[in-house]
Design a protein. Sequence first.
Length: 329
Amino acid sequence: MSAPLVVLGEVKTCLVPSAVALVREEAAQLLALMPGRAVSWRERPGSVAISPSLAAGVDCATRLHRDGRAPAPVRIVGTVAGRALVTGGRILQSSVYTRIVRSGDRMRQPWSHYLSRKGVTEAIDVVPPDPVRAGTALAEGYHLDRAAGAGEGILDLDAISDRLLVRVRGDSRLDQSPPVQVGVTRLCWSAVIGGSAGPKVTMHLPGERVRSVRLVLREESEIRAAQRFCEELAAHDWLLTVLTETLEQADLFDVLSPQYLDLIEPLVRHFSGLWMPGMHTPKSLRALWKPLQSDPGFTQQWNALRERLHDTIAIATLRAANKDTAPGW
């Protein structure tokens, strides 16, 4: 099989719809998506459970971005690999990706040919001969489609990822009573093999709950690590989004009101111990966290929000104490 021109992926992140955090046995049962295939588990420094990999067949198009000209559709046939993850017993994710390679003879093959290679799609149409140029053009076309919304017949990783997430979220073993109501975020990512140019990461926020990440890798062997990096990045971006949005909602109420306490209490109880950027990223790509700590400043933002949360709790406690000790009339 030829080297991939580009890897396209998407990660959806949400809260496990459960009143309490899942323990190892519960997470393993939830993520047992393929009979006979084990769920992987890591306990330290924080728990992560990962389901076996599934495959979804696709016969569609992606776009090749061309400067100054309309993007050109490129037909791809093959499979998208997908898996679900539970981090800290609280964060649920669906993660899908596919490697796009050149077709050997530009002819569509029987499905048996594609199903034997999970997470690989073949570009049947002509693409630029230079692999880095072709991969970059395919990656740019993918991100442009994500910003505009995938049209009919275009590779829709959003839909594939959403189906997997809905399947896991709707499991009857979950009580559907999360401690706080929060939404879902999307992280769309691409990776190009760039030799000595990598590893490199660029992150953009094209929408309120959509993130766009472009990676440059040194070699093909880093693709699995790139997927794990994007999953961890998506989880921490989701934590920041939840904390920011919940504090904004809480600001609409008095700090001593029941509505205010109902909003911030779950943040302290359920999310404060989940912030560990880079701890589950494979060593080969752990350096990618360094530029993100500078711009947009992930941990700096998290610490600022956490301090604001703690200061607000301290103020509420002080006001409540003063109210209780105030002389009566």
